[in-house]
Structures are given as C-alpha cells and as structure tokens.
Design a protein. Structure first.
Length: 161
C-alpha cells in the first residue's frame, strides 16, 4: 500500500488510530479458529482494495480514515495468522485440554458448558472461553469429579465432552 494513502500532504497521520494489541500468550487455535482468521484476512483484503479504489475516486478524508482502520485490522489478523499454532482435536476425553468442551457445576448448582478455544475465537455468548481465562486455566488437566476454585468459588468438572 502506498504511504500516500496513509498521510495527508503535511505528513501528519489523519487520525491517531492505535494498533490493535497483540496478546503475549501463545496463539493456540482450533481448526475453526484458524478458518476464522483466514476469513478475516480475506475479508479485510477485499475491503482494503475497495477502500483504495474509493480514495482514488473521491480523495475524501473519511475514506482515508476508513483505509487506515482497515489496514490496522488487516495487520492484526495477518500477525495472528502468522503466529497461529493449530492444535488438532484430541481424541482423549479423560482430561480437560485445549479444544475440550466441559460441563461444570458451580456452588449454586448452575451448570454451564464451555469449550476451551483460542483467544480470538472465544465468545462466552456461544459457550466458548479463551484458554488463558482463569476458568480454562483452572480446568486444564482436570478429570470428571475434580473441584477447582475460580474467582473465590468452587467449580466441579461434571463431564468432558
């Protein structure tokens, strides 16, 4: 990408758009997580091309800001793709591990199902948690019946799916 698209004529950036922070943790990903990263890179590459074309047609400042945002996000996802460590599904369901789906029971009797996944694919609304979350860290290598303390409360491993 040409630097002309990123700076105004005086050489100042159009807006301070900070880079997206990259986690210091290992970038473990499930096969689904790697596919998600690939989709994001492809989508952003398409958006970048369209944004470059829009700038060529209009030269509008908002188009330039959009280009900066897309470029930032593309750099993030490309970094995540290059550092991704694919963890294939493990057949052993005797212990909780990365990629496991675990049914837990909390002290108050609530049962929750969580799948332990990579940071970028974690979405609690879809029952997935990051492998670096306190709950996931406490559950890894546990077996059915184990009780762990998380956030001042006990959690029992009921089932490993």
């Amino acid at each position: 990408m040409s630097i002309a698209f990123l700076r105004d004529p005086e050489g100042e950036t159009l807006e301070d758009i900070p880079e997206r922070p990259i986690s210091p943790h290992r970038n473990l990903v499930t096969p689904e997580g790697l596919a998600q990263i690939e989709r994001e890179v492809a989508r952003l590459e398409r958006e970048l091309s369209a944004a470059q074309q829009a700038i060529g047609e209009t030269g509008d400042e908002e188009d330039r800001l959009n280009l900066l945002r897309i470029g930032r996000d593309l750099r993030y996802w490309m970094a995540r793709r290059s550092s991704a460590e694919l963890v294939p599904p493990l057949k052993d369901s005797g212990k909780v591990h990365f990629g496991s789906t675990v049914l837990i029971e909390r002290e108050d009797g609530r049962r929750q199902r969580w799948r332990i996944v990579g940071e970028d694919e974690a979405d609690p609304s879809h029952e997935t948690i990051s492998h670096v979350s306190p709950l996931a860290r406490a559950l890894v290598n546990k077996v059915v019946g184990d009780v762990v303390e998380v956030n001042s409360g006990d959690v029992e491993v009921v089932e490993i799916l």
